[in-house]
Ligand binder design. Structure first.
Ligand SMILES: [Zn+2]
Length: 135
């Protein structure tokens, strides 16, 4: 891929702070404050991660200077087992693979999943190197 940015936060509000916005993609910073799915706040969501367009990318180009992002919330990740952490990263890299192919993966399913797997392995290695994952 190489066509996205990785944002690591301490909690889910950090992705909003990174882009200096209070809402994006139908989510708002109040939603992000929930530590688990909480229907009494915002949209009743919580985020261990989020993959989407740069909120300034109004035309959804997914290209520089508006590369899409994968965001990972370490506040939640630290509560996960190593396998849950790994599948959560792969969940987000799959979203990115689909986004970068504009949801048209009909004839490249294996390629997109393979790339998502490679990217997930790179991200996991990086997080381990930063001591952000369980050993
Ligand atoms: Zn998802």
């Amino acid at each position: 891929m190489g066509d996205y940015i990785l944002v690591i936060g301490n909690d889910a509000t950090d992705i909003f702070k990174h882009y200096n916005v209070s809402e994006m993609h139908g989510l708002n910073i109040l939603d992000a404050q929930a530590e688990e799915v909480d229907k009494t706040k915002g949209n009743g969501v919580y985020m261990y991660g989020l993959t989407n367009y740069d909120p300034a990318d109004k035309k959804l180009t997914a290209k520089a200077p508006y590369k899409p992002f994968i965001f990972l919330n370490m506040g939640t990740f630290k509560k996960y087992s190593l396998t849950e952490q790994a599948t959560a990263v792969m969940h987000e890299t799959m979203h990115m693979g689909i986004l970068l192919n504009k949801w048209n993966i009909k004839d490249k399913e294996e390629e997109v999943i393979g790339t998502a797997e490679e990217e997930a392995n790179k991200i996991i290695a990086k997080l381990k190197g930063l001591n952000l994952l369980k050993k």
